[in-house]
Design a protein around this ligand. Structure first.
Ligand SMILES: Cc1cc2nc3c(=O)[nH]c(=O)nc-3n(C[C@H](O)[C@H](O)[C@H](O)COP(=O)(O)OP(=O)(O)OC[C@H]3O[C@@H](n4cnc5c(N)ncnc54)[C@H](O)[C@@H]3O)c2cc1C
Length: 902
């Protein structure tokens, strides 16, 4: 198809308003906000829905042209520039909010919906879409997704990837593909996490199911003024180190203040060096002022000379509008700016800011600093005149200097803007040749013909296909004859007899297996009860249990994969920190194993899951190559998010050798309130009341069955279960509140009121050791070591459908004569079902269940049951794509074959 035929085809498909082809008009689309480079497309297509978008992609393919997706074009890394011409696909007309489901805290939107429009609409329902880039009045959800955008409030709420549940995109064949249906941790690789941050190179995102977060009851904002950007940065790391977790910690230096002071009537001093730290905390009103007072005390100690609270919501809104307008207002100070986006561990901020100051003097340029300090995300804006080549050179020299020191300090080259064109030549500074190959391997699965957004992310002199081919060649090299089975039995390939004691040794063992194409089953725990049955030689990571890099003041830790959760807890406890993950047998469960299984716990409601906390992984690839994914910083958009791909990959893509995690300050107080409910409906009605209130519990667990509650019995064990410990009928709702004592007291008070209004008994309170015992007992329900007549099923649903799912599961269990115990995350849609009965009953139950609820996973049970049942539930819609990933990364199928859905 030639270009004229393509244009008339697009006009026919999209209508006259759906196509732009006049040369003058095309120039409007030749750049984004980066001003780095410009290149006009040959035609602009503006579809209105998914079907039209797919048609545009197919038509472009017939014409042999690339497709570049564009949202609002506010990107500052050149991501949406059509460097090779072709079709620019604008989502400007895909701006419909398709559904809002407040009870499931999610909405489905077209990708062209503007972030602020979505927020305005859901604010009426008391909800927010938490990522709030300063550009949110123009930027689209598709663009936010493309760049994994952050914003001032991401310190508390996380970045875009933490708020996207599933996406629909048009793939290379012009087909519409969903990465999931938004159900939490559905089985299979995390394709959603992989696509977020892929900068339009994996396809065109047409729709997204986004997570909605309740708006807080109260917000406090204080402006703290410091004598310098370095002292303000020191205050930021001290605040984080003290265990306070504000909603926002944003820095604006004197140039940023000057840019917006007058326009927004901030009345702030503008003297050279003066730096503003915007501190925001939010949550339930109780205790919020006391939390802020503690933070301000730290600010005073670090040299804050003036503290100005924003007393009204209007004042607060004005401050945020001013903060988000700095980049636009900078035009008052200079014709242009070059914005450097980089992230370092938070404790390195003062050092970085001093370096920026040095570079500014050295190169004789003006720099404006306005940035997400709480995340360690620097944004020096170098002010310059683009018509002056010397200034352009100096601006780039400063950027170069900043990025180099950032990398040396363990930082990354983009925290939220992406690599695009701007940083592509920096990528090899951060990634090893093997890591570049791994990135390219993923690229070629989605984009084999460079159809989508070519010439982005990868260095200008590098072809991703060549890199991917080099990886394939690497993996196919060096085949050897397998040893005899006898030798294998003696641990000749590093089997279970010789668990490696270093990552190098692990790598050698995997390489040895690879050379003979011998399958490998990576395992964590050495406890045989917890290891899934496998005919393959096992390599246990259990002897890899060292701490690699603990930065308590950054709230991050890096450990080897074989460290157990109990060991990790003990290390964190010395610094008053926690990993809020409660699982069965923490003394046996290894961190690597938990990450590989994407384990979750009851506190996911308040803290998220491992998917949100894993910052970096070291993985041993199928041929033994050691690759590092991610970095130990809290924001990172440097290449594809392969960390997400490996979380939950169950050893099928490589062995996880080390894990870097985000950790949390131990809350000042924790309390669990246990409400006994006469029936399931009462429990779910109370859960609804909690969801509709302004309370912010960290766990709301629905419990059905005879749980051993503290004081009544010892925590359940398989032995206790054998004595009939699981057979009763009690229904409880357990609500956990954590944080400031006043906030916890508020939860206690209000929950008692809510229970009373429902005619329920007063909650029973558990705290201290009793509370810990309670949760340990509860999560023991999810222990995968089962008695011979037991099965354990994980059921995931959309939160609003959980009660129906559980009602049906109860009916099915009754019909099959099984006893059933349930522990369910009532507001998150995840339930663990523990069943007991004969084999025929268990098999019948599971088969009936997955016929109605596709996201059921048979975690454990009698061998005959596991052998005959589809343990991963109904087939995943994107299984073909997952298989393609598996084949590309593990072409000889040696990584944990048969152990996973793929
Ligand atoms: C003044 C200003 C302030 C900013 N502040 C922030 C901030 O606080 N935080 C932050 O993270 N960023 C910020 N940015 C950068 C930018 O606004 C964000 O990256 C934003 O997410 C881009 O959205 P967009 O709709 O403009 O996307 P575009 O710029 O149009 O595209 C960005 C990338 O996403 C891809 N893309 C867009 N839509 C799709 C789709 N439907 N399918 C697949 N790929 C797609 C594009 O190909 C491109 O690679 C700021 C920019 C400006 C100009």
């Amino acid at each position: 198809m030639d270009i004229d035929t393509l244009i008339s085809h697009l006009r026919h498909t999209l209508g006259p308003r759906g196509v732009v082809s006049a040369p003058d008009a095309l120039r409007t689309y030749d750049a984004d906000a980066s001003m780095i480079v410009s290149h006009a497309p040959q035609v602009v297509a503006l579809p209105t829905d998914s079907v039209q978008t797919a048609e545009v992609v197919r038509a472009a393919a017939s014409a042999g042209l690339p497709v570049v997706a564009r949202g609002a074009g506010t990107g500052i890394a050149g991501g949406a520039i059509p460097l090779r011409g072709g079709v620019l696909l604008s989502t400007a007309r895909m701006d419909r909010i398709l559904s809002i489901e407040p009870e499931s805290r999610r909405a489905t939107v077209q990708s062209g919906v503007v972030n602020a429009d979505l927020n305005a609409r859901i604010a009426q329902l008391g909800m927010q879409f938490a990522p709030d880039p300063s550009s949110q009045r123009a930027a689209t959800i598709g663009g936010n997704l493309g760049t994994n955008a952050g914003g001032p409030h991401c310190l508390k709420y996380g970045v875009t990837t933490n708020h996207i549940l599933a996406v629909e995109f048009v793939n290379d064949d012009g087909e519409l593909v969903w990465t999931g249906d938004g159900v939490p941790e559905a089985s299979g690789y995390d394709l959603t996490g992989l696509i977020v941050g892929s900068e339009g190179t994996f396809g065109v995102v047409t729709q997204a199911i986004v997570r909605l977060t309740p708006l807080p009851e109260a917000v406090r904002v204080v402006l703290a003024l410091f004598p310098s950007v370095v002292t303000a940065s020191s205050a930021v790391s001290k605040i984080i180190a003290a265990g306070e977790l504000p909603t926002s910690l944003e820095v604006m230096d004197h140039n940023a203040i000057r840019a917006v002071n007058g326009a927004y009537g901030l009345g702030l001093p503008e003297a050279e060096g003066t730096t503003l730290l915007i501190v925001e905390v939010d949550g339930v009103a109780d205790g919020l002022d006391l939390i802020m007072a503690e933070i301000l005390e730290i600010c005073r100690g670090q040299g804050a000379f003036d503290l100005r609270p924003a007393r009204t919501a209007t004042e607060q809104a004005r401050i945020w509008t001013a903060r988000k307008s700095v980049a636009a207002a900078i035009g008052r100070l200079a014709p242009a700016y070059y914005l450097v986006d980089t992230v370092v561990p938070r404790t390195r901020l003062p050092l970085m800011m001093a370096h920026v100051e040095r570079l500014r003097h050295e190169h004789g340029m003006e720099v404006c600093n306005v940035f997400h300090a709480g995340d360690g995300n620097l944004h020096p804006l170098v002010l310059y005149n683009p018509r002056d080549p010397d200034q352009v050179r100096r601006a780039h020299a400063i950027a170069h200097g900043v990025l180099h020191l950032s990398i040396a300090q363990g930082g990354v080259i983009s925290g939220e803007h992406g690599i695009g064109v701007e940083k592509r030549d920096y990528l090899p500074l951060l990634l090893s040749p093997a890591e570049m190959q791994l990135q390219a391997a993923i690229y070629t699965i989605f984009n084999p013909d460079d159809r989508f957004n070519p010439a982005k992310i990868f260095p200008s002199d590098v072809c991703p296909q060549t890199l991917a081919a080099a990886r394939r060649a690497r993996l196919s090299a060096g085949r050897e004859t397998p040893p005899s089975p006898a030798a294998a039995g003696e641990g000749g390939w590093g089997g279970e007899g010789h668990p490696p004691t270093s990552i190098e040794e692990l790598s050698q063992q995997v390489a040895a297996c690879h050379r003979t194409r011998t399958p490998v089953a990576p395992t964590g725990s050495l406890n045989p009860n917890l290891q899934p049955p496998t005919p393959n030689p096992q390599i246990s990571t259990r002897r890899l249990n060292r701490t690699l890099q603990y930065e308590p003041d950054d709230l991050t830790i890096g450990v080897e994969a074989g460290m157990t959760l109990a060991e990790l807890r003990a290390i964190l406890a010395e610094h008053g920190q926690i990993l809020p993950l409660d699982v069965a047998r923490p003394e046996d469960a290894t961190i690597g194993g938990l990450v590989a299984a994407a384990a979750d716990g009851p506190r996911r409601l308040g803290y998220g899951t491992l998917r949100d906390w894993v910052l970096a992984l070291t993985v041993v690839e199928a041929d033994g190559t050691v690759s590092r994914l991610g970095a130990q910083v809290v924001k990172n958009v440097t290449g594809y998010d392969l960390v997400k791909l490996f979380v939950g990959s169950r050893g099928t893509l490589g062995v996880i050798a080390s894990v870097s995690l985000k950790v949390f300050p131990r809350p000042k107080v924790s309390s669990t309130l246990l409400v006994e409910c006469p029936g399931r409906d009462d429990a779910f009605a109370l859960a609804d009341d909690i969801a509709a209130s302004k309370l912010q519990p960290t766990a709301v667990e629905y419990i059905f069955g005879p749980h051993t509650l503290p004081g009544e019995s010892t925590p359940p064990s398989p032995a206790a279960a054998g004595e009939g410990g699981w057979g009763g009928e009690g229904i409880h709702l357990a609500v956990r509140a954590e944080g400031h004592p006043a906030a916890v007291e508020r939860h206690r008070r209000e929950l008692a009121d809510l229970a009373e209004r429902r005619g329920l008994a007063a909650p029973r309170e558990l705290s201290g050791a009793e509370e810990e015992r309670f949760w340990a007992a509860l999560v023991a329900l999810t222990d995968s070591a089962t008695a011979p007549d037991e099965a354990l099923v994980r059921l995931a649903s959309i939160p609003a459908e959980l009660r129906v799912a559980l009602a049906q599961a109860t009916e099915l269990a009754k019909k099959r004569g099984l006893s059933l115990s349930v522990s369910a995350r009532a507001l998150s849609g995840v339930a663990y079902l523990r069943l007991r009965g004969d084999l025929i009953g268990l098999a019948g139950f599971y088969s009936d269940l997955i016929a109605r609820w596709r996201h059921a996973h048979l975690l454990a049970g009698p061998g005959e049951l596991l052998a005959g049942a589809p343990t991963w539930g109904a087939p995943h819609a994107s299984l073909a794509l997952m298989r393609a990933i598996k084949v590309e990364l593990d072409p000889y199928g040696t990584m944990n074959p048969g152990a996973y859905i793929v």
